[in-house]
Design a binder for this molecule. Structure first.
Ligand code: PLP
Length: 427
């Protein structure tokens, strides 16, 4: 496969952009080689600058649940751009998206739109600290919640891929307020609460982790978090930036039937444009400025292009959309598993609705960061490059989730399984 133009663009990019990319995982550091520069996309396909076409399982890292260039989104954006790109003043569209989110996400009464998942989790943490009057927060190893200072401690994906346990520039004085615990470990978090419970403002968790690969929390673990936070007067934050509107009609909290105090959203609710949101009960959310004393703001928050894009996607998702996504993903995962087993490649594939991850390992259950990080990254790397050569684009990191869109049909899924059958014997 010829990728001459991508190679040359990377050389040019390196001269003016740190590492040549605007977000670290894009640089292919986790898998080696040169990142592919893309030019256009449609449905499940992306075309690079050299004219190669790929079936896409990254979906812009999650937002594109309807694939690339979803017609309702494009039409909405075009129409809105003809009216205005933004006013920095309220619009009816913002009420509409808030109403949709409140309707669908069981724990949300009020919601504030922001511009990224990072902003959403940063705001949720500030809100929890302000609301409880406490400083400490708890996160879990391998969960990624964006790159704000308090949360860049033992985070997944980019940080895992690059092998950075932490980041310089995060003040120790701040990091000391972030307590780490082990994902899916009930004993550890119970112990932590018995030691520090009265100082803990919030526990933040990805209910289905997607940043150490796809690792669903066990129901009992989330139930324990709910009980402990209630008992000790802390807030429970579900970071649903990745899972929100992705894994079910009522998001992950609907699947588990557990209501957090605060929920962060992003990705799908922006239809592919930059977005984030934080929502929760009236009591907590009304502490945000201007109704309350906890400050938060944003020049472009709730901008009409993002909001119209988000509305177009949310409105088009029905409970049936998720049934269909689940069926397709299960079919693909069965095919990939068979392809691996036929070639004697040990693999465990975690899957929830349209989200899945391949872990190359002998372990038949991957339930936390430790187990994920012990998987065979070399095999993933070989799988990734092999599939790329066959025209299938998976995430350039062993620690990311793959996503299926509603536009991935039988043809694309069969082609992917066929490609895996060719690639597995070689990895
Ligand atoms: N939270 C989770 C669970 C995420 O997966 C991500 C990004 O991948 C974020 C937060 C940060 O979102 P953003 O990249 O939009 O800042």
């Amino acid at each position: 496969m010829n990728r001459v133009k991508s190679e040359s663009l990377m050389q040019r990019a390196l001269k003016v952009i740190p590492g040549g990319v605007n977000s670290p995982v894009r640089a292919f550091k986790g898998v080696g080689g040169t990142p592919i520069f893309f030019e256009s996309s449609n449905g499940p396909y992306m075309t690079d600058v050299d004219g190669n076409q790929f079936i896409d399982y990254v979906g812009s890292w999650g937002p594109l649940i309807h694939g690339h260039c979803f017609p309702e989104t494009l039409n909405g954006i075009k129409k809105q751009a003809g009216y205005s790109l933004g006013f920095g003043a309220p619009t009816e569209l913002e009420i509409k998206i808030a109403e949709l989110i409140v309707e669908r996400v069981p724990s949300i009464d009020l919601v504030r739109m922001v511009n990224s998942g990072t902003e959403a989790t940063m705001t949720a943490i500030r809100l929890a600290r302000g609301f409880t009057g406490r400083d400490k927060i708890v996160k879990f190893e391998g969960c990624y919640h964006g790159h704000s200072d308090s949360l860049l401690v033992k985070a997944g994906s980019g940080v895992l891929t690059l092998g950075l346990p932490d980041s310089p520039g995060v003040p120790t004085d701040l990091a000391k307020h972030t307590l780490n615990s082990k994902f899916n470990d009930i004993e550890k978090i119970t112990e932590l609460f018995h030691l520090h419970g009265d100082d803990i403002a919030a526990v933040i968790v990805e209910p289905i982790a997607g940043n150490m690969g796809c690792i669903p929390a066990e129901a009992k673990f989330l139930e324990t978090l709910k009980l402990l936070t209630q008992k000790f007067g802390s807030l429970l934050i579900f970071d649903e930036v990745m899972t929100g509107f992705r894994v079910g009609f009522h998001s992950a909290q609907g699947l588990y039937n557990i209501l957090p105090d605060l929920t962060t959203l992003g990705k799908v609710i922006g239809g592919g444009l930059p977005v984030g949101a934080v929502g929760g009960s009236k009591e907590v959310m009304n502490r945000l400025a201007p109704s309350g004393d906890i400050y938060q703001a944003g020049t472009l928050s709730g901008n009409p292009l993002t909001i119209i894009a988000g509305i177009s996607v949310i409105e088009s998702l029905t409970p049936q959309s998720y049934e269909d996504l689940k069926e397709k993903t299960d079919y693909l995962v069965t095919g990939l598993t068979k392809a691996a087993h036929v070639s004697n490649v040990p693999v465990t594939i975690n899957v929830v609705c349209g989200m899945f991850s391949l872990f190359f390992t002998d372990q038949n259950k991957i339930s936390d960061y430790q187990l994920a990080s012990e998987c065979n990254v070399k095999k993933y790397t070989n799988f990734f490059h092999g599939m790329l050569e066959e025209g299938v684009y998976f995430a350039p990191s062993a620690f990311e989730a793959a996503f299926i869109s509603t536009t991935h049909g039988e043809i694309e899924i069969e082609k992917t399984i066929e490609a895996a059958n060719k690639v597995m014997p070689r990895i």
